[in-house]
Design a protein around this ligand. Structure first.
Ligand SMILES: N[C@@H](CCC(=O)N[C@@H](CS)C(=O)NCC(=O)O)C(=O)O
Length: 198
């Protein structure tokens, strides 16, 4: 199996951490989405990463389809078997991925538009969602009673991306992020190796 990724990509960090945690042998190959290389486009018409290419050549995207595939491939190491706990993990993952979506929209607005066309109200709308999401996390502490789940990997990936692209702007909105990361890293010591970097 191989994952197409980039070192900065938070969704890629999520699935690469999950594969490592599940003990699955997965190679990783860096691709530059801006250049739309054939390897990427032939495996994902959307031109987005991560993409997992399975041993029999199937292309699997996006990060949620990949992590569910990895969960099945590992005999259920990434989500709890208990239905309520699984729903909780999936909702946490949806929240973390959703906040990440807003961060990416914010980054792309500034990166891909000419400066005079950057729409400030759009940036503010995305940031309001980020702020509400982080406040939600602060008021609903994350539990590890069912072990490390896909939700935790998504949240750790989000924290890494916040650190990389928004340092100094988000920490007070989610003051308990340090406690979450300490607990996460005690269960997944390889975090520094996988978190988003520029
Ligand atoms: N919902 C997708 C989002 C993937 C995504 O947006 N990836 C970004 C990098 S973090 C990307 O490939 N951007 C390039 C593009 O949109 O063209 C997932 O969960 O995998």
């Amino acid at each position: 199996m191989k994952i197409l990724y980039s070192p900065a990509s938070p969704y890629s960090a999520k699935v690469r951490m999950a594969a490592h945690h599940a003990g699955l042998a997965v190679d990783s190959e860096i691709v530059k989405t801006d250049e739309e290389p054939a390897l990427l486009i032939e495996n994902n018409p959307l031109g987005k990463i991560p993409v997992l290419i399975s041993d029999d050549g199937a292309a699997i995207f996006d990060s949620r389809a990949i992590i569910h595939f990895l969960d099945r491939a590992s005999g259920g190491k990434l989500y709890p078997a208990n239905p309520e706990a699984r729903t909780e993990a999936e909702v946490l993952e949806a929240l973390a991925d959703g906040i990440t979506d807003c961060l990416l929209a914010h980054v792309y607005e500034r990166r891909f538009r000419p400066e005079e066309k950057i729409h400030q109200p759009w940036l503010e709308k995305q940031w309001a969602k980020v702020a509400r999401g982080l406040t939600w996390l602060q008021t609903s502490p994350v539990s590890f009673v069912h072990g490390v789940t896909g939700g935790h990997f998504a949240l750790a990936a989000l924290a890494g991306y916040l650190d990389l692209r928004f340092a100094g702007q988000w920490e007070t909105l989610w003051p308990s992020h340090g406690a979450f990361l300490a607990e996460f890293e005690s269960r997944f010591p390889a975090y520094p190796e996988f978190k988003s970097r520029g």
